[in-house]
Ligand binder design. Structure first.
Ligand SMILES: [Mg+2]
Length: 414
């Protein structure tokens, strides 16, 4: 089999409401790039990458001279061809490599008649449990719904998600408001959903002292872990000495060099594996094996996804033995998908691992066209800006918190 064409299509899919985070906001939509790799046998493999626009399209277009005529089975060859570690100092293509790896694995699964998880060692589970991923949210500018700013709104959102999807693990994305206010919110959540487990992630914007202060005040709760309370391996190590719960990261251990450092001088107990950040599903499987050897925990990280990326997370979750935590996904916040049949369904807080050959999802051409049109109409959004605070940027450690009494709704075009 030989690669004959590569296509990248940026799409915009609406979210229920804008999602606030430590670095800014998802402005009521996700922008993703859908990648199609075509072969001389008529098969099309699917990949997905965060962000999009002309630069993403050009980046994939620019790799055609490297990849056309190549065998999609030669995945290690492709890694050195387009993401050689030294050459990557000049031109980092890790996320592009990931999208292409997804597509090539999809092709191989289709050709061989097996789901991707069977190429990766075979499934150990048929479904992957997910956490409710809770965000502070601005209200939807169209109908004013969906705001999450107060402890009461947060608890209501968590209870509604649990009732709708069956989640028994709840993750709160913080780093938006002052730590004492977010502590109040997190404790209200844990009290209202007693019996479930919890995790908190301020995206590394606290000082080590703030991380210790917060961590010590939640030690009595049923925490899976405290995720990236401070930025950097050294800060994480300092917090870990003083806080009696596992620390997790998707920020400072996102490659094998950092994983080696973390094994030698442990800063994070749980490594959150992201199929995009690590450059594909296979590097995540390798990293999970190293974590298994050194008795570090793993979980599946979400960098925002539609169904293709979600399928990579499901196949990863299916094959790693040491997945003892629920996976994260933003997926329940998106209103639709670009795959046939629409969004993959949750059942009792889990999503079934696809069983069809390849990734097990197919593009819905109508939806792809519709959401490409929406991308062309709305364009990019600044992920690292807050729509109500023009020109704002957080410090690390941050002191420029949002005001929890600010009730305004940003007028974001839909
Ligand atoms: Mg995180």
């Amino acid at each position: 089999m030989k690669i004959t064409d590569i296509r990248a299509t940026p799409v915009t899919v609406p979210l229920e409401a804008p999602l606030r985070h430590a670095n800014g906001c998802h402005w009521g939509r996700f922008v993703r790039t859908i990648v199609e790799v075509e072969t001389d046998e008529g098969l099309v493999g699917l990949g997905e990458m965060g962000g999009g626009g002309e630069s993403a399209v050009a980046a994939f277009e620019g790799l055609k001279p490297y990849l056309l005529g190549r065998d999609p089975a030669r995945l290690e060859e492709m890694r050195f061809l387009i993401a050689n570690p030294t050459a990557s100092l000049y031109n980092n293509r890790t996320q592009i490599l990931a999208a292409l790896e997804f597509a090539c694995l999809d092709l191989l699964g289709q050709k061989w008649g097996v789901p991707v998880c069977d190429i990766l060692g075979g499934r150990l589970r048929d479904e992957v449990p997910f956490a409710s991923y809770l965000f502070f949210r601005y209200a939807n500018a169209v109908d004013g719904s969906g705001e999450v700013r107060t402890p009461d709104q947060l608890v209501a959102q968590a209870l509604a998600l649990k009732a709708q999807y069956g989640f028994r693990t709840h993750k709160l994305k913080g780093g938006v408001f002052p730590p004492a206010y977010e502590l109040e919110c997190y404790r209200a959540l844990a009290e209202a959903l007693s019996g479930d487990s919890f995790r908190f992630d301020p995206n590394g914007v606290w000082s080590a002292e703030q991380a210790i202060w917060f961590g010590q005040r939640i030690e009595d709760l049923d925490n899976d872990y405290l995720e990236d309370p401070v930025y950097g391996l050294a800060g994480m190590r300092r917090a870990r000495e003083k806080v009696r719960m596992p620390l997790a990261t998707n920020t400072v251990v996102v490659g094998f060099e950092q994983l080696a450092t973390n094994v030698l001088q442990t800063a994070a107990d749980v490594i959150l594996l992201d199929t995009t950040f690590w450059g594909g599903i296979r590097p995540c499987v390798k990293a999970a094996a190293i974590c298994e050897t050194f008795q570090l925990g793993v979980a599946v990280h979400s960098s925002g996804e539609l169904g293709i990326q979600l399928a990579t997370m499901l196949h990863l979750g299916a094959v790693i033995p040491n997945l003892v935590f629920a996976a994260d996904a933003h997926y329940h916040h998106v209103l639709d998908d670009v795959i046939e049949g629409g969004k993959l369904p949750y059942c009792h807080g889990s999503i079934a691992v696809p069983t069809a050959p390849g990734l097990g999802v197919k593009l819905d051409r109508g939806r792809l066209a519709e959401y490409h049109e929406l991308f062309l109409r709305l364009g990019q959004y600044p992920y690292d800006q807050d729509p109500l605070r023009p020109g704002w940027a957080p410090l690390i450690p941050n002191q420029r918190w949002a005001d929890p009494t600010d009730e305004r709704t940003p007028a974001i075009p839909r």
